[in-house]
Design a protein around this ligand. Structure first.
Ligand code: G6P
Length: 614
């Protein structure tokens, strides 16, 4: 978590850094700060709260580092805000990640006479570098950084300036950093979105890289080698600024919900192979390997975990391969049962989630073949896997994930077809039918927007409540979980989701008069649909208020749930497309409930979009 941007060039750094930080606020927004170097003096401005609070002042100078924070060690106050500095204010540092052994390091530093003004692990790191700087021959900054990092356990993306050098130093281990190369200017950021308006030339740092930038050039060094100058590729970033702006929408979340017909179309482009009745995949998923596949292990977090549940359901049903869905945060600590014929799949929007990355590393250490379903191109997970499919949803800025979820599910369906074809569990005929239906998905999603006005009205009712349930059966359990997560993330209404059949085994005790119960009821679920309607009656008898997602051709649904219930219509689709279609009205419902309650929709409290700490 936390966003970093640094600048060295010929322009005033402060406004460039403020703008860059605003583009990184999805990574955290508890506090922010900027340090600017000019004439061998570093001036600092730190604020509590959003980046916007930095705008009331400015500092002149053309070299600077900056940070927007998601608090881990220490509450969000000014002292804990970054940049941090050493005692004589000659070294300033911003950091994303966690220094796990900071308590011991701090004790050692205190013994050596150091004093601390904050509760952060970052101040400890700054002072550790200071210690090595003061004790290294010629006070060499690069050497001091290396020596300090050798003592550190944990994750970091860090950027440092020294008041006596017109340079920027950066180092990466586990937390992303990318160098932007402009015309006689350089940027270092957690995400290229922060400098995209200035340059599209980007160099992604790898773990153990240390970057040294001066006014003319840059060099990449390695933490463990001396006399090193590493070569790294410079990428050209293809996406546009419009991807990271609101384009007239009040919030990024609403924009991103409405982008889904396009993002799903992008996701499918070139991936449907009608000639071979298959989806197109990279050649690394070799048929021989798939034929001998024992099981699939998917690891992910949050919304991506819900997408994983949908994908599990579909691969098990259609491709007939066993799938385990793991909480990424648990996987590496549970001594997982792993077979060399298992396929490991990491699913992540950001491609930077520390838990998912750690699970992936565990899988790799165990010799598993690793596949990624990731949105952010060039992200850590996308670079660690053997092969994978990008979601192609474009930048997702709203903290509550929407278009990435539907894109992940769509990638999962493509994977399902491909695996089923190789395994022989999906026939040409079935594959052809699925692939033809996939082509319609962007237009079907567009149709769901026809209910937006009705959803706004329903939202006014839900917004007055403190508790809410989501119910589904089969595949729709995962969709219910995702709908419920969306609501709690941005509206702060307590919400839970259950398999509808489980309601009577406990949660029903919580139903009170007027409590919104959101039920996902697709008519083509067969017998499960009838059972679901019985569950609805159980709720109604306890005076819960039903809001049902039903198919547009379901004529009896209003009679079945009663005139006093709300019905949101979605097009009828085969089961493998239901999660995508059903989740769109649920996203809209959460959005309008949060709006009704006056919540900060794109930046909900306590959350961050990219969680790069374990
Ligand atoms: C954070 C976000 C969630 C997201 C989860 C996984 O907790 O707030 O919205 O689903 O991380 O993120 P990923 O980038 O791995 O999909």
């Amino acid at each position: 978590m936390c966003g970093i941007i640094a600048y060295l060039g010929e322009r005033e750094a402060y406004p460039i850094l403020v703008k860059g930080l605003e583009r990184l606020e999805y990574r955290g927004y508890d506090s922010a700060g900027i340090a600017i170097l000019k004439d061998n003096f570093i001036q600092l401005n730190k604020v509590v709260g959003k980046v916007n609070n930095l705008k009331s002042t400015t500092i002149n100078g053309d070299i600077g580092i900056s940070h927007t924070r998601w608090a881990t060690h220490g509450i969000p106050n000014e002292a804990n805000a970054h940049p941090h500095h050493n005692g004589d204010r000659s070294l300033f540092l911003v950091h994303n990640g966690i220094i796990e052994n900071y308590v011991n390091l701090k004790k050692e530093l205190i013994k050596r006479g150091y004093q601390f003004y904050s509760d952060t692990d970052t101040e400890v790191l700054t002072k550790l570098i200071d210690y090595h700087h003061k004790n290294s021959a010629n006070q060499n900054t690069l050497k001091a950084i290396k020596n300090a990092l050798h003592e550190v356990v944990g994750a970091y993306g860090l950027v440092l300036i020294n008041k006596n050098e017109e340079k920027i130093y950066a180092a990466r281990k586990g937390s992303p950093l990318v160098l932007g190369i402009g015309q006689r200017e350089f940027f270092v950021a957690s995400d290229p979105a922060a400098f995209l308006e200035h340059t599209r030339r980007a160099l992604y740092l790898e773990d153990d890289d240390i970057l040294e930038i001066d006014r003319k050039n840059f060099q990449v060094h390695n933490l463990h080698q001396d006399c090193d100058k590493l070569k790294r590729n410079v990428d050209h970033i293809k996406w546009n600024l419009s991807n990271i702006e609101k384009n007239g929408y009040e919030h990024f979340m609403l924009k991103e919900i409405h982008e889904q017909p396009d993002t799903l179309r992008n996701c499918l482009a070139g991936r449907i192979d009608m000639e071979n009745h298959d989806s197109k995949f990279t050649d690394k998923l070799q048929p021989e390997f798939v034929k001998n596949l024992n099981k699939i292990i998917i690891a992910s977090c949050g919304t991506s975990w819900h997408a994983s549940l949908v994908i599990k359901h579909l691969i098990e049903k259609y491709s007939r391969i066993k799938v385990d869905v793991e909480y990424a945060s648990e996987f590496r600590y549970k001594n997982p049962i792993i077979n060399k014929n298992d396929l490991f799949v990491a699913i992540s929007q950001s491609g930077e989630t520390a838990d998912t990355l750690a699970a992936l590393k565990t899988a790799k250490e165990n010799g598993l073949r690793c596949f990624g379903i990731v949105n952010v191109v060039g992200s850590s997970i996308s670079r660690e896997v053997d092969s994978g499919n990008y979601i192609r949803a474009g930048s997702e800025i709203g903290v509550a994930s929407t278009k990435a979820f539907t894109g992940q599910v769509l990638c999962g369906i493509l994977l399902m077809v491909h695996l089923g074809k190789i395994k022989g569990t999906i026939t040409n005929q079935t594959a052809e039918k699925i692939l033809n239906n996939l082509k319609n998905i962007p237009d079907l999603v567009k149709q769901t927007f026809e209910e937006e006005e009705k959803i706004k009205e329903i939202a006014k009712f839900v917004a007055t409540k403190n508790n809410c349930f989501y119910l589904g059966r089969g595949l729709n359990i995962a969709t219910a979980l995702e709908g419920s997560l969306k609501l709690k993330e941005i509206s702060y209404i307590h919400s839970e989701a259950f398999p509808a059949g489980e309601l009577k085994h406990g949660p029903i005790a919580l139903i009170e008069e007027g409590m919104p119960i959101i039920v996902i009821a697709n008519k083509n679920e067969g017998i499960v649909y009838d059972k679901l309607l019985s569950n609805v009656q159980e709720v109604k008898s306890r005076k819960g208020k039903i809001i049902v997602i039903a198919n547009d051709n379901d004529r009896e649904i209003q009679d079945n749930v009663g005139e006093d219930s709300y019905v949101i219509r979605v097009p009828e689709v085969p089961d493998y497309l239901q999660a995508i279609i059903n989740s769109v009205p649920l996203q809209l419902l959460s959005y309008y409930v949060a709006k009704e309650r006056g919540c900060e929709i794109d930046q909900p409290r306590n959350l961050a979009k990219s969680v790069t700490v374990e």
